[in-house]
Design a binder for this molecule. Sequence first.
Ligand code: F59
Length: 814
Amino acid sequence: MNNPPSPESFRQEFLDNLSAYQGKDLERANANDLYLALAHTVREHLVSRWLTTLSAIDRQDAKMVYYFSAEYLPGRQLNNNLLNTGLTEIARQALAEFNLDLDSLAEQETEPGLGNGGLGRLASCYMDSLAALGYPAVGYGIRYEYGIFQQSFQNGWQVEQADDWLRRGAPWEFPQPEEQVEIAFGGRTRHYFDENKLYCVEWMPETRIIGVPYNIFVPGFNSPLVNTLRLWSARATQSFDLQVFNAGDYVRAVEQKTLSENISKVLYPDDTTPQGKLLRLQQQYFFVACSLADILRFYLTRYPSDWSQFPEKAAIQLNDTHPTIAIAELMRLLVDVHKLRWDHAWDITRRTFAYTLHTLLPEALEEWPVQIFEQLLPRHLEIIYEINSRFLQDLRQRFPNDPNRAVRMSIVRETPEKRVRMAYLAAIGSHSINGVSGLQSDLLKSRTLADFYELFPEKFNNKTNGVTPRRFLYIANPRLKDLITSRIGSGWLSDLEQLRRLEEYVTDTEFCSAWHEVKLANKRDLAALIQSRLDIEVDPNSIFDVMVKRLHEYKRQLLKVLHIVTLYHRLRDNPELKITPRTFIFGAKAAPGYQTAKLIIKLINSVGDVVNRDPLVNGKLKVVYFPNFNVSLAERIYPAADLSEQISLAGMEASGTGNMKFALNGAVTLGTYDGANIDIRRLVGAENFFLFGLTADEVFTLRQGGYYPMDYYQSYPELRQTLDSISSGLFSPQHPEIFRSLVDSLLHKDEYMLLADYPSYIEAAESAAQAYADLRRWNCKSMLNTARSGFFSSDRSVREYATEIWKTSPLKIP
Ligand code: F59
């Protein structure tokens, strides 16, 4: 690694960049100019490490990991890159000489919101760990011009605004127009025999699009290696322009140009049901085709026309089904373009791809209407049919007496319309199929993909999710970082299991009170943010009870509301009641078309309006809903949380990763037996976790026997009072009827069994509140949550992927 610069030379580089990139001097620069100059200064320190990494890859002929993901949520880069270049203190000192504050400049950065939630953030945690561990990797994805929408509230309702994240400059990306790739769409196919009587297929597309790659450096903590996040941006081809120019229709030429460039325009803000939108399939194929072209170009410079080594030199991980069309695209490249025999191409393809599922809900598995496919990717549809027909033939041989199996497992579903099931294509075309928590991986085998498990048991495995401790502990929680490091040193940053050494301090009263002071100071910071952003006063000594995640019915934010309203009634009915003061903190975006989710947002805000102002409550309950929850806000919330709400219906949350970030920061979980909550509870100990609710098996049994939510309404007076008050307009006096549909649907259907879990939820939440009243005991729980969360480092997850799926080892860099 290079020697670090002195603060003086860093200062000079900073001034030079302010001049070179912003055309300003210190006197004329605004805060954004200063931030951009600083970012450019930091990124320059990554260039030589990045180039060294590329040379080492060449020299060692290293196997590459390619992470294919339609989404990334990297968060702000400045502090992360300062940490990973070892420049934090140098930059701080250098800036201080100019009377500039590093932390306020860091606040200027706009985060790239190129993902919806957990899946996108996981991709970024894995990129961080790949670099930290020294595995050479490229993360491929889409450079959306507009990321996840910006959320605000108007009269309590969610309002979306376009996320113009590039507006203030994007100092971390390097456009590489000279490495552009041309890809195609539409048209038809031609089948023929060539001069050697070989059967051939040619795709004759209708349109062509250019992908321009943008590189973002991904340095790792304490690692000389710098990996690449390579995001594709769509451009119209020039030949295309010319054609239409010559036809004389200039305006239509420019119109068409816009259409091509729409492909990378906007992230689909939907994590509910896949909607089968043409543009989304275009996005998926666009980034996958560009990425495979890039990968093959690189491979062929090393092994010209020798395909035998390909799976030994490239491992491609599919982040959910979104990039699954890659399987058909690689087959097309190998068979049609490079003229490999089908069986040989299929063997290479299967050994190259591995597939991760992030859901259990069958309705969340992507399917594409055959009609859309045919229009956009006619050759790929033929290839999928061929894969399917060979697959079904094998299947009939193995299960000759079970024709139904072929109907169930066919990649092509026949009713209600013909559709391609992407999860099945991914399962058939990969050598590995993994879930993201123990429970989910088991349920995939026994339910969601049971038929496939029977057929290919050896492909199934589990890789429990993890999160990067650099961003979510070191950077987000500097006070806790300092306290931990003062006792056990800093080895935990690259070996998170070392946090266990904190266990011996549980009986150290000095340490316990320091632990308490850190949490309190973090809560004061968050209280100040709540005051300044939302004009709500909250008490840092109250329990900070936090639920931040996407808004989805299965995650059950509405159950949290039922709890709050129940407490509200208890206080109203008995104003003298002694209760532990509580601050409920929410953060969640709803998919813009998801009406029920949007109504739940309005309900949370409405309950907050009433509860926060009611003099009878006397400040003992506060409800805070942060608009626009994102990575940057998350980094301020996790460190200040006492209680982590993880209350999905068991069997619905694939893993969760927020649950891990909370535990790492010393929050205690109030949660169901679902996803990675199960692993958290096992590791931190049942006495340091508040468990409630049905198990996944009980949910299954209850559904089968017939679930009657009305029974719970009738048996629990507090539940009845709560539901009646919401239904009758206590929280919406101007429009008493607006929440009735939410309550009616709970009473008559309650798909996610809120009422069944309500009694045990209220009870567990009460135990948590009582436990909090004994602060010394609570601090022990908090400390033990941190001390025993080492398993949830994304370093551990990535190491498991590397050794068990990718079969690759770290790069050696001198
Ligand atoms: C699919 C088709 C069309 C349009 C959008 C989508 C889609 C986009 C994003 C579907 C899902 C998502 C998404 O963000 N999904 C998740 O974030 N899943 C979460 O993944 C985490 C990481 O493994 C898990 O911890 C979590 O349980 C899971 O819900």
